[in-house]
Design a protein around this ligand. Structure first.
Ligand SMILES: [Zn+2]
Ligand SMILES: [Zn+2]
Length: 265
């Protein structure tokens, strides 16, 4: 199996060097890993209260570190990816920045609505006074825009808005069908991100109905643990393997120089 969502201590809220993640991946028998540390928010003109990304001057070293690891790794394939925050107002800037660096794949994620880092435990009280139905609409409108920008190969943790367990009162079935169509139309891949299981919500991203809707639309799927420490590499993968075979998913998407291909599950 593959793990395409690994962080490193550069982002300031993870531990471990790339080598440590590689060792763990080898120990549990993965075939391929990809690092997707947080792209410097400062380059997008954002300065959040908590440090959540590497600094702009670290980006080149980050890429070089992973490139070196590619050579060091014997059997394991290693890819250099990045996780970048999507803000609709800086689409052009993101496009220009991504042209400057050679990534194997780019994960587009939404962690912020305006200045609010709604994925950060320190700001989770922000949900309390909100209309959750409205919030979901706003969040998935951003996801749709992120897809339509065609800046990203993969959308990260697509329903992370559920992270702290706040759920809307409405039936989300139609929304999942719509999202699956948007992903298909725009040729955007999603990831099954297992980190949600360890969040208050206690379930993978995306939830099963959205995952199945994506499968029905033949949206490519990749897999990531969103590891912020080496021991989290491949978390819950045996369970993922049975889940995916059960719902008829037989392959996972992989990337090289931003070109997609697939490996058997
Ligand atoms: Zn992170
Ligand atoms: Zn993320």
């Amino acid at each position: 199996m593959i793990d395409y969502h690994l962080h490193t201590k550069r982002c300031g809220h993870a531990t471990g060097l790339p080598e440590d993640y590689l060792l763990r991946a080898e120990a549990i028998g993965l075939q391929e890993i990809g690092f997707s540390d947080h792209f410097p928010l400062s380059l997008l003109g954002h300065t959040p209260k908590a440090k959540v990304t590497m600094e702009s001057e670290e980006l080149v070293d980050y890429i070089q570190d992973i490139e070196k690891l590619k050579e060091k790794a014997r059997i394991m394939k290693v890819k250099v990816g990045i996780e970048i925050d999507y803000f609709p107002e800086v689409e052009e800037k993101i496009g220009r920045l991504l042209e400057e660096y050679a990534f194997d794949y780019v994960i587009g994620s939404i962690h912020f609505i305006g200045d609010w880092d709604f994925t950060h435990p320190a700001y989770a009280e922000g949900y309390r006074n909100l209309d959750i139905d409205r919030l979901y609409v706003e969040y998935f409108e951003l996801i749709e825009k992120a897809c339509r920008s065609r800046l990203f190969d993969i959308i990260g943790h697509i329903d992370v808005i559920k992270k702290f367990g706040y759920r809307p009162g409405t039936d989300l079935g139609p929304l999942w069908l719509k999202m699956a169509c948007v992903l298909r139309e725009t040729g955007t891949c999603i990831e099954l991100n297992t980190s949600g299981r360890d969040a208050p919500v206690g379930e993978f991203y995306p939830n099963q109905p959205l995952l199945e809707a994506c499968l029905a639309e033949r949206v490519p799927l990749t897999l990531g643990s969103d590891a912020h420490s080496p021991e989290q590499v491949g978390r819950y993968f045996p369970e993922v393997k049975s889940l995916l075979s059960e719902i008829g998913c037989r392959e996972l998407a992989i990337f090289e120089n931003r070109v997609i291909s697939s490996v058997a599950l």
